[in-house]
Design a protein around this ligand. Structure first.
Ligand code: OSB
Ligand code: MG
Length: 376
């Protein structure tokens, strides 16, 4: 596949309901899409960087120029036989994993199309349906949160994860457990606590949580390992795991018993598979995290979730929970039993709604092999 051109776009999509974590509340997503054209085959990828550098140092305004100035030029004009080849071509750039992932994944998407194979098979997946959970943000009131949980349980979701922070934690868990004593329940702190709050964090053990996700600093394993020794509840790392070596180090240190894999956070499908394999070898279950993706990133998350060690329900849920209209067809749907059926068709398995994307586009740049472009 010769990489002839790369198109970058920003589309803006309002969320059906605001999403609040311990670090920000957002009402709308600025979504960064890339498409790569390789001799008549087009692959799509989504850069999951946020609106602000709050979840990670990467954000949409760092990803865009990194892509135009370094990553796209490293790929344009090159001939690759598989998506995986993008990794070496972009290796000179340090970090910027979400930007790299968008391009690498777009090439896997193209490769699957070119080989007339489902993307998930190309990734080495085996599952025909994937179990789904939901991530529920911090709400304006406890009542509003309980109502949301009820709606999602009625829709069939198999695990409820609630965002938490000091002041929105044990009281909330208590109210949830009073009403639903035996559902699979977990929490995600997005680094809202420090080790000084050890005694407080120990209270989480009363609620039979499946896990507590990234309670401490975003870049730490060492102190998570100290905390894990004192907690009955399993720690799951999200922010701190940037690749397979991190996963191995964290697991060997005892910093977590579960790993959240986000393909953007680790830099693309190749590294996501490597993290999955390290966890599998060490008997650590994984699940697929989400970044409020449009249908393109969502379809890639579905494909990734078909790998063997994705044994826990992920944060991959129906399009309608986020968007009035998704940019893929059909939209992602979840069965009444809480599963997404994995598409059997070649490629990502969902069609792109090109007209809708065009309508939502607020910024677009086409980069071609052999044509140098001024940075913007
Ligand atoms: O920590 O998992 C997280 C969204 C944005 C940033 C970080 C996180 C999240 C989510 C949303 O929890 C999961 C989803 O896409 O539904
Ligand atoms: Mg998380």
């Amino acid at each position: 596949m010769k990489i002839e051109s790369i198109t970058l776009r920003e589309i803006q999509m309002p969320l059906v309901h605001f999403f609040e974590t311990s670090f920000v509340r957002i009402y709308s997503r600025r979504i960064f899409l890339v498409s790569v054209d390789c001799e008549g085959v087009r692959g799509w990828g989504e850069c999951v960087a946020g609106e602000d550098p709050f979840y990670s140092s990467e954000w949409i305004e760092s990803a865009w120029p990194t892509m135009t100035k370094y990553l796209a030029p490293a790929l344009l004009g090159k001939v690759v036989s598989q998506g995986r080849d993008a990794v070496a071509l972009m290796a000179r750039v340090r970090g910027h994993r979400m930007a790299k992932a968008a391009l690498e994944n777009a090439l896997w998407d193209a490769e699957a199309r070119a080989k007339q194979q489902p993307l998930w098979k190309l990734l080495g997946g085996t599952r025909t349906e994937i179990p789904c959970g939901v991530s529920i943000g911090i709400q304006d009131s406890h009542e509003q949160l309980l109502e949301k949980i009820e709606t999602e349980l009625n829709a069939g979701y198999r695990r409820i994860k609630v965002k938490c922070k000091p002041g929105w934690d044990v009281e909330v868990f208590g109210k949830i457990r009073d009403r639903w004593s035996d559902i699979l329940l977990s929490c995600d702190a997005n680094s809202a606590y420090t080790l000084e709050q050890m005694d407080h964090l120990k209270k989480f053990d009363r609620f039979n949580l499946l896990m507590i996700e990234q309670p401490l600093w975003h870049d730490d394993f060492y102190f998570h390992a100290q905390l894990q020794k004192k907690l009955k509840t399993s720690i799951c790392l999200d922010e701190a795991i940037h690749g397979a070596r991190d996963a191995q180090a964290a697991i060997e240190l005892g910093a977590c018993r579960i790993v959240n894999i986000k393909v953007g956070r680790v830099g693309g499908f190749s590294e996501a598979i490597a993290v999955h394999n390290v966890a599998l070898k060490n008997g650590i279950p994984v699940w697929c995290g989400g970044m409020l993706e449009s249908g393109i990133g969502r379809s890639h998350n579905i494909a990734l979730s078909t790998l063997k060690n994705f044994t826990l329900p992920g944060d991959v849920s129906a399009s309608r929970r986020y968007w009035k209209e998704d940019i893929i067809e059909p939209a992602v749907e979840v069965s009444a039993q809480g599963f997404i059926k994995v598409p059997e068709t070649a490629g990502r398995g969902f069609k792109i709604r090109t007209d809708l994307i065009e309508k939502l586009t607020v910024r677009k740049k086409i980069l071609r092999a052999g044509v140098s472009s001024a940075a913007d």
